[in-house]
Structure formats: structure tokens, C-alpha cells
Design a protein around this ligand. Structure first.
Ligand SMILES: [Zn+2]
Length: 369
């Protein structure tokens, strides 16, 4: 039963709205790149080797890997490589739409600007080979699009998997107001190159809301959709300010008090739920006690997401499986959850139409309940 359900969750077409590029790197790639850094004397390979090869890492071990990601992503070619692999990995488990978020990095010593970092990401998207990644500049052809989604596989026909990919630019909480504004302006500049939104993320105990607010307000004025990591720690003042700001989506929403829950529920702001991530980082006490159940029962708009699939040793299929096994959701309910996430994507209506058609096709053909 368990194996059958796991397989079903992999076959289910899925929409991923909260995935950080760096945290989604494969362990095998991480190991290889860490070894190279070790050989060059940049890091001590033995220090990180065991952490990389471990399944189910502790929070301090996760932070050790964060440091490694930071060093790795100062290199353009590495950024290109991991982008390419991350898209391939999501497509392999039948994710049909993926929003990757990443912080454009400025590193003068390494000859990296926010723009050159993003160019390396774009190069990675264009280099995807094993799957058909539909980027910003692709021309949509309805018949072809439908026949090359995971639906093709479910019909028993093996074709190249198709995945729509868009980008969110993250403002890191360590950044200054001016750096945050640069990121928003870059997002505007790259609107025609697949950037569809702005994210606020990073260490939740670092930085002040007031620092990023001018940049977030600027994004709002420019009409760029915004998602914010909210309530990872119980910061009453900031949670209140975020809810008042009313972004298009919220990530996590772990540490809310009764009044804030009420406010969130009446706002109907869609929430990106990251079960494994929240349990591993202590945002939720356990899977069973995760706030997914409360929001789901309240019919609050939700989408299941991985956050950092590499870092937390999970996958989007696994997150669906966890919801099924922990909260006893039926296949039909899981299907509706996946289907519903299309509506919260920051992508244009044209692409949403295709994504809706993918789910309708699967449902009509009886391939899914
Ligand atoms: Zn996140």
C-alpha cells in the first residue's frame, strides 16, 4: 500500500511554488563540488563529507551546508550547472510548473554582479536537455504541450517530460535597503526573461522589516507579485506588518498566535506549506501537529512545497505522500490540492490555461481519481 501510494504521488502532476535553487542541489553534485573545493584548499572536504552523505540532517548540519552553498554559488559555472540539474530533477518527478527562487549575488572579488549571477541561472535553464523546459521565450503550441506533459507517461507513452519554469528573485534578510532595491529593479528588467516575482527570505532572526519595506513597496508599485517568508520565528511585530502588507503569497506561517491566525484566514492569502522543512527547523513541533491540518480544514488556499529538497532530503512527491499518510487525505483530495496550486502561480494566464488543461486531461482520462 505504502509503495503504491508513493508511486502515485510521483505520477501525480505537481506544481512547485517554493523551491530555493541552492537548497535543491543533489547530494551527488554537492559531494563532487565539495571534493573539488577541498582539492583546491578552499574548504576541508572531510568536514562536510559526512554531512552531505547523511539523510535526515540536524539543523546545525543544515547550516553547515548553507555555508557550503554560499561558497559554491560564487562561481558562475556552478550556478549554471545546479540550475540545469534542479530543473531536471523536478521534471523527473512530474512537476509540471516550477518557480525557482534565488538571491542574485554581488561578489566583486569573484567578478560576480547580481546580473551576471542571473545570467548564469538563465544559461542553466537553457542548457536543460533531458526534459523539455518551457522558458519565457518559448512559443506555446497547445497540442504539443499537452502531449508532452507527464500525461504522456501515464498514457503509457514515454516522451520527454515537459516543465514550465519561472524565476523569483529573493531579497536576503542580510541585505541593505539599497541592495534590496537593486534586486527589485533587476526583477523588473528581467520580466521578459522569466522572472515573475520577488521573495523575502534568509535567516529569520537577522534583519529588520523596515530595511526591506521600501524595496517591497517598490515591487508593489511596479506590479511585481511578492511572496514573503512569514512567521518562521515568533516575531509578533513583523508577522503583523507582513499580514498588513498583504503580499500575493506567504511562505511557512509557522509561529502565528490566535489573532494572527484569524487575520491570515480572513485575508485568504495563499500559503506555501513546507512540511519537512518546518519540522526539521523546528517551525512545527511534528508532522502530526503541523498547521497544515488547521488551514486545510479551514479551506484556506494552500500549495505543498519542498523549500530545500536537497538540504532536507525530500521531494515534492514525498511532501504529497506525507500529507496523505499523516492527515489521511484521499487521492482525490491530493489531486485537488495539486490542481489548486496552479491558481497561485505568479505566471501569466496563458500558461495557467495550459496547466489547467494538463490537470483536466488527467482527470478526464481517468488516469487519476
Ligand atoms: Zn524558503
Amino acid at each position: 500500500m505504502e509503495a503504491e501510494m508513493r508511486e502515485w504521488c510521483v505520477a501525480l502532476p505537481k506544481v512547485e511554488l517554493h523551491a530555493h535553487l541552492n537548497g535543491s542541489v543533489r547530494d551527488s553534485t554537492l559531494l563532487e563540488l565539495a571534493k573539488q573545493l577541498g582539492d583546491r584548499g578552499v574548504i576541508v572536504f572531510e568536514d562536510v563529507k559526512d554531512v552531505i552523505m547523511k539523510n535526515g540532517r540536524s539543523l546545525p548540519e543544515c547550516f553547515k551546508l548553507f555555508d557550503l552553498f554560499h561558497i559554491l554559488t560564487t562561481d558562475h559555472d556552478t550556478v549554471t550547472r545546479i540550475t540545469k540539474e534542479v530543473v531536471g530533477d523536478f521534471a523527473a518527478e512530474n512537476v509540471v510548473y516550477l518557480e525557482i527562487r534565488t538571491t542574485p549575488k554581488n561578489n566583486e572579488a569573484k567578478g560576480m554582479t547580481k546580473r551576471s549571477y542571473m545570467n548564469a541561472v538563465l544559461k542553466g535553464l537553457k542548457a536543460v536537455e533531458d526534459v523539455d523546459a518551457v522558458l519565457f521565450d518559448s512559443i506555446l503550441r497547445p497540442d504539443e504541450t499537452l502531449s508532452r506533459t507527464p500525461v504522456g507517461d501515464l498514457d503509457g507513452v514515454t516522451k520527454k517530460k515537459k516543465i514550465y519554469v519561472r524565476l523569483l528573485l529573493s531579497i536576503d534578510r542580510r541585505e541593505t535597503t539599497s541592495a534590496a532595491l537593486d534586486t527589485v529593479n533587476l526583477a523588473m528588467e528581467m520580466k521578459d526573461q522569466g522572472v515573475v516575482g520577488i521573495d523575502l527570505s534568509g535567516n529569520p532572526v537577522v534583519g529588520e522589516w523596515e530595511t526591506y519595506l521600501p524595496a517591497l513597496e517598490h515591487a508593489k508599485e511596479l506590479g511585481i507579485p511578492i511572496t514573503i517568508h512569514c512567521g518562521e520565528v515568533p516575531n509578533r511585530k513583523e508577522i503583523q506588518a507582513v499580514l498588513d502588507f498583504c503580499p500575493q503569497r506567504l511562505g511557512h506561517v509557522c509561529c502565528l498566535n490566535d489573532e494572527e491566525w484569524k487575520k491570515l484566514k480572513s485575508s485568504m492569502i495563499p500559503v506555501e506549506i513546507c512540511l519537512t522543512s518546518n519540522v526539521m527547523t523546528g517551525g512545527a513541533p511534528s508532522l502530526e501537529l503541523h498547521h497544515f491540518a488547521d488551514l486545510y480544514n479551514a479551506k484556506h488556499p494552500l500549495s505543498l512545497c519542498t523549500d530545500d529538497s536537497g538540504l532536507f532530503s525530500t521531494s515534492l512527491s514525498n511532501e504529497y505522500y506525507l500529507v496523505a499518510s499523516t492527515f489521511s487525505l484521499s487521492k482525490a483530495e491530493l489531486f485537488r490540492l495539486a490542481q489548486g496550486a496552479v491558481e497561485f502561480a505568479f505566471v501569466d494566464d496563458e500558461v495557467k490555461k495550459f496547466l489547467r488543461a494538463v490537470f483536466e486531461h488527467v482527470a478526464r482520462k481517468g488516469l487519476m481519481p
